[in-house]
Design a protein around this ligand. Structure first.
Ligand code: HAM
Length: 420
């Protein structure tokens, strides 16, 4: 038997219902906020991720799925969705449209060669939005509140938005200098990855999973103390707008994010759910004002977020285990050929009247059909019986109260619809 690759899983049964539910709610919310659907390729030129997510990020240095295609091109399975959207924005010259800002939403699989554990997979699905073309703190507030309301809409309420600002380039340069000065005497006490990060990208050290809880990292200078007046003012505006929108947030100077492209606002939505272990971040994002120009497009300020659908599935299974099931409205019971033909036509008419229904296709006995109707959670049963059919009568049974009603065959559709 061939097994699935490590870090992947099959979505079927109740998982399928959660998966579709999350995507449906997301699509609805994103459309309400006037975001347009975008789909970009699952694989892209490797250079796209090296230049956007960053050479020194864990994602690019350790986690990408890279391969040469048969034409000897360097290809990478996308580890995230932002870079592809930005590539598309530039390649399709969307910056030239009069309709700005461009607001996109997407849903799709991403690939990272991580150590699999609860809520962390090698193939996973992200839903996300990207707003390209506006530098206003209003846009940051819209994106963050969209993420927050999305969780609320799905019934996930114990969520905290952790927010920080990385400031502009000047603020970050000042901070980097202070950080290097602080870390230099301690460098030999850090893990070997951090010793490398110290040379290549010291800010990454703040994100280290190994050194995170050491005294050295607990006492590092805070980036918020190094924001220049413009960056500070900007951050305060975002927080002010979030207050107007009733978003519960917590300023957390430790949020730096593992991707290189961020500046100013960065944020994470964290769910307080045990089952997620250390994968409790259900959504994350921020502003990335330099990414479009880094990828050879015109200066374009952007902000966005992405949320892990697989993690949301774990949360929903815990919080709403009973609710999101797939009960049917009606089960039609039929045994002989005449009854089956009546059932066949009736089931079609019911389905096209928006009634979710099912009939037997396994030649089950009547008793077994009753059991199957229970398994499917049918609310009403239609009991077809040749003798009654000859008199133009159909029996409908309420599966909860067990009450039976005789209905004229010509009125069966109206009866079922009015009892739904
Ligand atoms: P990220 O923080 O790398 O950001 O991923 C966003 C979310 O994807 C995480 O918070 C988590 O819920 C989910 N996720 C990440 N890795 C995995 C995994 N291995 N298994 C399951 N879920 C995972 C980004 O990807 C940015 N592109 C977000 C963004 C959009 N920033 C601006 N716009």
């Amino acid at each position: 038997m061939i097994s699935k690759p490590k870090g992947t899983y099959d979505i079927y049964g109740s998982d399928g219902k959660y998966y579709n539910y999350i995507n449906a709610v997301f699509q609805n919310v994103a459309e309400l906020y006037n975001y347009e659907y975008i789909r970009t390729p699952i694989f892209e030129d490797s250079a796209l991720f090296h230049r956007s997510v960053g050479e020194t990020s864990d994602i690019v240095s350790k986690e990408t799925y890279d391969f040469k295609d048969r034409g000897d091109r360097d290809i990478t399975l996308r580890p995230e969705g932002t870079a592809g959207v930005v590539r598309s924005f530039i390649e399709n010259k969307m910056y030239g449209d009069t309709n700005q800002p461009k607001k996109f939403y997407y849903s799709g699989t991403m690939y990272r060669y991580e150590r699999p554990q609860a809520g962390r997979y090698r193939e996973f699905t992200q839903i996300g939005v990207e707003a390209l073309g506006s530098d206003s703190p209003l846009m940051d507030a819209e994106v963050i509140s969209l993420a927050y309301r999305l969780m609320e809409e799905m019934g996930i309420e114990n969520v905290t938005v952790k927010i920080n600002s990385l400031g502009d380039k000047e603020s970050r340069d000042n901070y980097r200098e202070a950080l290097v000065k602080y870390l230099e005497p301690h460098i030999n006490d850090l893990c070997s990855d951090c010793q490398n990060r110290f040379k290549t990208n010291p800010l990454r050290i703040l994100d280290c999973k190994v050194d995170q809880d050491t005294e050295i990292l607990k006492n590092v200078p805070k980036i918020l103390d190094y924001l220049n007046p413009d960056s500070k003012k900007r951050f305060e505006k975002v927080l002010e707008y979030l207050n107007y929108l009733d978003v519960d947030y917590e300023v957390d100077a430790n949020i730096v994010r593992g991707l290189d492209y961020y500046n100013h606002t960065v944020f994470e939505l964290v769910a307080d759910i045990e089952d997620l272990g250390n994968a409790s971040t259900i959504a994350a994002g921020g502003r990335y004002n330099s990414l479009v120009s880094t990828l050879d497009g015109p200066e374009t300020p952007c902000v966005g977020f992405a949320s892990g659908v697989d993690r949301l599935m774990i949360v929903l299974k815990k919080l709403r285990a009973e609710e999101i099931k797939n009960a049917i409205d009606v089960y039609v019971l039929a045994v002989n050929e005449e009854e089956k033909i009546t059932a066949l036509k009736l089931v079609q008419d019911l389905r096209w009247s928006e009634v979710k229904c099912e009939m037997d296709t396994l030649d089950r006995s009547l008793k077994a059909q009753f059991k199957q109707a229970d398994r499917l959670g049918a609310r009403l049963l239609i009991l077809l019986n040749s003798e009654e059919l000859q008199k133009g009568i159909i029996t409908v049974k309420d599966n909860l109260t067990h009450e039976e009603t005789k209905v004229d065959e010509s009125e069966i559709l109206d009866y079922i619809i009015s009892n739904m």
